[in-house]
Design a binder for this molecule. Structure first.
Ligand code: COA
Length: 244
């Protein structure tokens, strides 16, 4: 069966919507976030040092440690995604479902911590590429979130860099995501459709569908990116149009 090409961008569509985002068709940059300083959540394996003061300065990202998530981080990760995405908990539920599914090669989960608090989180999970030759195990990078009062300090960039290095270590050939191409293109990603990949949904604005080609990628590995079941079960693929 031949799938139809993605539709042209509609007014109000945004390429900046992440796969794990809620379904309202609003740009990421307009998602309301709490700007009031809220105590961050203590990280695992740390003393109960909680960031109760003002957010650190612009270069505080340099002091942030990136490490694998532990069970003690789950509550902090849940709260940070709920605040970062300003949603009803859908993204946090996706994280929980992906942890339980343990699909394919993943998940690989990393937290950014500073002074004992979880400030950011990124998750890689196993998905598939339906290539002409055979099914290929690939990774999805979703979600990525940083607490609102700690954004703009390089933490998200470091989490993406760490995740791509971890993906490279697994031998995965490709990492896919939905997100703002302006942000991701300087962080190892490129538009996926021109690179030979087909989007898993017509509801993903074309430019938002992106891929990072890793060293294990071979030219024959093209085809349709297929999300794992939790993304579909929680309706975390693309944008929904309530007016449709
Ligand atoms: C998207 C998101 C994860 C980015 O995280 P972040 O920590 O704010 O990102 P960074 O700080 O690395 O990068 C943001 C900007 O800070 C600037 N910056 C990076 N390092 C910096 C540093 N050390 N000092 C000062 N500024 C820095 C960069 O200029 C960057 O701007 P650019 O886009 O022009 O390059 C975060 O905004 C977020 O959680 N958003 C809500 C959830 C979401 O939309 N997730 C994305 C799903 S695809």
């Amino acid at each position: 069966m031949t799938a139809e090409p993605p539709p042209p961008a509609r007014p109000g569509d945004t390429p900046a919507r992440p796969a794990a985002a809620p379904v309202r068709a609003v740009p990421v940059t307009t998602i309301p976030v709490t700007t009031t300083a809220v105590p961050a959540v203590p990280a695992a394996a740390t003393t109960a040092t909680t960031a109760t003061g003002p957010a650190p300065g612009p270069h505080a990202g340099d002091r942030v440690a990136i490490r694998p998530e532990t069970a003690q981080d789950h509550e902090g990760v849940h709260l940070l995604h709920t605040r970062a995405f300003g949603d009803d908990g859908r993204v946090s539920r996706l994280v929980e479902a992906l942890r339980e599914a343990r699909a394919g090669a993943g998940p690989l989960s990393f937290v950014a911590v500073l002074d004992g608090a979880v400030l950011g989180h990124v998750l890689l999970s196993g998905c598939r590429l339906d290539a002409p030759r055979r099914i290929v195990d690939v990774l999805s990078l979703s979600p990525l979130g940083v607490l609102p009062e700690h954004q703009g300090r390089g933490i998200g960039t470091r989490l993406v860099r760490h995740a791509l290095a971890a993906a490279e270590d697994t031998g995965a050939p490709l990492v896919f995501l939905e997100g703002d191409p302006g942000w991701y293109r300087t962080r190892g990603f490129e538009p996926a459709t021109p690179a030979g990949f087909r989007s898993p949904s017509l509801r993903i604005p074309g430019p938002a569908f992106q891929v990072a080609r890793l060293s294990a990628h071979e030219p024959w590995m093209t085809g349709t990116f297929v999300y794992s079941e939790p993304f579909w079960a929680l309706d975390c693929v693309g944008l929904r149009d309530p007016e449709a």
